[in-house]
Ligand binder design. Structure first.
Ligand code: NDP
Length: 696
């Protein structure tokens, strides 16, 4: 697969950049992706292996606290471009992508790292660094011996071309950067990372290697490019391909973390956390509120990415993003109440208070089925409470995980307060060997059990939100069997049945059994399965190919034990991981599909004679996430739910989650809670404060 070089678009002289990387000798290995603030298409950076920040118009002075007016300032600035490239740079940094900054690109990197600018070089500087005509000015530069640039170019001086009237301020160079070349008037001509061996590749030059007249012979051009491309190739050895489950095409190839990069991230997070915790709750709230706004602003592009990587129909992707916004709003609105000190008793002499302090550094290992929802359950309250977060999205939802990372940073979360770990299970495994103050895992029982056992010796907080085998009972007194069948079918098949709280087993009173089956199948037959990007599609492909085999085996097992197939039962033909919606009547609890999570579009339905039998069968499970009862008599429903050992109970509804209520499992469905006041406080440790009044 060709390596992709993302180049930021410039209104001036842009064509030189793609031409430089599209030369014949390179075309077999590399291709160029235009990243344009005019579109804007920053999401394409996910598919890139490296970033080139191009030259162009001056950055607006507000970016570096500069003067409003200065000599040679342009007629207009491009604030959208400044913001776009700032996001691109932050993303590249968080993904350790090699970065090459050219002219304005070098100035941008310096500013983003906290450095400043000389707004104009003055008459003498302009005479040396730019010509009045169209062509570039040529001048000498000296290179710092031993620097990345000098070693790459193999010389200690050379002649370069330039066309700039601004420069980076030599006495205010950005944090972690060093100047590695100077022109004869002492103006910085190149930048790279201090102690570059420990950091991702970063090389910035003030000149224009892409358009030098002698670029084929001048080492300050062709060797700069060569060294940059070498780093792209080295970097791309650690990669993970993202496959669209509807088309089976590779849609992205991401650089993954390693145990070493994870360790570095964890160290940076730990260092930055106290400062984040020292900010006011209001300040943290405002930043996260901005994140919520960005979800709306970018909803369509985010939904398209989510659909492309997990196969969820587009409307369901939009619904998920909206659902995440609703949850965030609840958390933001209640943070003050539940995270502030709580006065438990007070009199003339003493006040007793509970203080809620952040845990510190939190590890969040997340699932792919609702990456926004299960993500915000953890990282929003964790950040609100003052924690730093190392977030590992599932490999199957990595693009979304990286979008979340980008949007959090864009909303103002400091770089070192939230970091994303990219990779598959082995990266999750590597996290278990690092030290954290809290572990928040969402996923399967199998992995959750392994996580819990692995981190036990750390004596830190650990919460696991795991799978379920959620039962639903339809009593004989329901008023409208068709409506109940339609609602419960949706509860079983929404998101292709890939919800932790999807209805996974249905028990129906014998008096309404046949009518229910008929209405249920009728409802299922109204749904359209197909391209998840098409409006009106209800069922897309499964997110994971390996689950197709699980579903086939569960269906075969059920049919061999007397199950009656009412529809579906097999994979759909053609490309993509599609499985037909499958309804099996006359199921019973000996069948695999009634015991272990299916996590797909299949459902077993069993006839029962009374409430007592229903309760016994519903309770006959290792799991304990949710249970639902449909009845016209709510007290009957409540009586039944009291008998069941589950974290959530539903009466005349199912497959729903509310931000106001604790979300927690029992038995193999996990322990601990997210959401509600419990979910806000889950990311804190309490301190009992005994304050004697009036004495010092
Ligand atoms: P998995 O258990 O397969 O994976 C969960 C996460 O753990 C992923 O990020 C995964 O990485 C990571 N992981 C895998 N191996 C290890 C390891 N050895 N050490 C540490 N981390 C590891 O679950 P799924 O992602 O398939 O999610 C589906 C499951 O999640 C279902 O059982 C579902 O019911 C449950 N779930 C529960 C929810 C709840 O609230 N109770 C909500 C949503 C889902 P990778 O994917 O990259 O391999």
């Amino acid at each position: 697969m060709k390596k992709r070089i993302g180049i930021t678009f410039s209104r001036t002289n842009y064509a030189y950049y793609p031409a430089w990387f599209n030369e014949k000798s390179l075309e077999e290995d590399f291709e160029v992706v235009e990243l344009s603030f005019l579109q804007p298409n920053i999401h394409l950076l996910h598919r890139c292996d490296a970033l080139v920040l191009s030259g162009g118009v001056d950055m607006q002075p507000a970016c570096y606290g500069g003067l409003e007016r200065y000599p040679n300032m342009p007629e207009a600035f491009e604030p959208e471009r400044d913001a776009f490239e700032a996001q691109a740079y932050a993303y590249a940094k968080s993904r350790s992508l090699p970065v090459l900054g050219i002219c304005r690109g070098m100035q941008l990197v310096n500013i983003l790292e906290g450095g400043s600018m000389l707004p104009d070089l003055g008459p003498a500087g302009n005479a040396l660094h730019r010509k009045a005509s169209e062509t570039d000015k040529r001048h000498l530069v000296q290179l710092l011996p031993g620097s990345l640039l000098q070693e790459a170019c193999g010389c200690i001086e050379g002649v370069v071309n330039s066309a700039h009237h601004q420069a980076i301020d030599p006495v205010r160079v950005g944090h972690g950067l060093r100047v590695t070349a100077w022109s004869e008037d002492g103006i910085p001509e190149a930048l790279e990372a201090e102690d570059g061996s420990q950091k991702p590749f970063l090389l910035c030059v003030q000149w224009h290697p892409e358009r030098m007249a002698d670029k084929q012979e001048n080492p300050l051009s062709y060797r700069v490019r060569q060294r940059f491309l070498e780093s792209v190739i080295q970097q791309s050895h650690r990669r993970m391909e993202i496959v669209n489950p509807a088309t089976e095409e590779v849609i992205a190839s991401l650089v993954t973390d390693t145990p070493q990069t994870l360790e570095q991230k964890a160290m940076r997070l730990r260092k930055a956390q106290p400062h984040w915790a020292s900010k006011s709750l209001e300040e943290r709230r405002n930043i996260l509120s901005r994140f919520r706004d960005l979800l709306t602003e970018e909803k369509e592009a985010l939904a398209a990415d989510l659909t492309a990587e997990v196969g969820k129909p587009l409307q369901q992707s939009r619904n998920e993003i909206e659902g995440a916004r609703t949850r965030i709003a609840w958390m933001l609105n209640h943070a003050q109440r539940y995270l502030s000190d709580e006065v438990m008793s007070t009199n003339e002499t003493m006040e007793e208070r509970i203080r809620y302090e952040p845990l510190g550094l939190v590890c969040n290992i997340s699932a792919w089925n609702y990456p926004y929802l299960v993500g915000v359950n953890v990282f929003i309250p964790a950040l609100l409470a003052g924690n730093a977060v190392l977030y590992k999205p599932s490999e199957h939802a990595s693009l979304t995980g990286l979008q979340i990372d980008r949007l959090l940073k864009a909303s103002g979360i400091p770089e070192d307060v939230f970091q994303t770990a990219v990779g598959a299970g082995e990266i999750g495994e590597a996290l278990l060997h690092l030290s954290f103050d809290g572990w928040f895992f969402t996923g399967s029982y199998r992995t959750g059990k392994h996580v819990y056992a692995s981190v036990a010796s750390q004596m830190a907080v650990c919460q696991c939100e795991l799978g379920g085998k959620d039962p639903l009972y339809v009593a004989d007194d329901v008023a409208d069997i068709s409506a109940v069948a339609a609602a419960t079918a949706d509860g079983a098949f929404y998101n292709n049945g890939q919800s932790c709280c999807a209805v996974e087993r249905i028990y129906v009173h014998e008096k309404v059994y046949e009518a229910y089956l008929e209405a249920f199948v009728k409802e299922v037959r109204t749904w359209r399965m197909g391209d998840p990007l098409e409006e009106g599609i209800y069922l897309g492909p499964l997110a994971r190919k390996d689950n197709l085999q699980v579903l086939e085996a569960q269906v075969a097992d059920a049919l061999s034990k007397g199950g009656r197939l009412l529809c579906g039962g097999k994979r759909a033909g053609g490309k993509g991981y599609y499985f037909e919606p499958t309804v099996i009547a006359d199921a019973d609890n000996s069948m695999w599909m009634m015991r272990e999570e299916s996590f797909g579009p299949i459902i077993g339905i069993q006839k029962v004679t009374d409430d007592e039998q229903a309760v016994r069968l519903m309770q006959d499970t290792d799991y304990g996430l949710t249970a639902a009862v449909y009845t016209s008599d709510n007290s009957r429903g409540e009586r039944i739910l009291t008998e069941l050992d589950t974290g959530t109970g539903y009466i005349n509804c199912c497959d729903r989650v509310s931000a106001a209520l604790p979300w927690s499992g029992r038995k193999h469905s996990g322990f601990g809670a997210t959401l509600s006041h419990q979910g806000l406080r889950a990311f804190t440790k309490t301190k009992g404060l005994h304050v004697r009044k009036g004495e010092g």
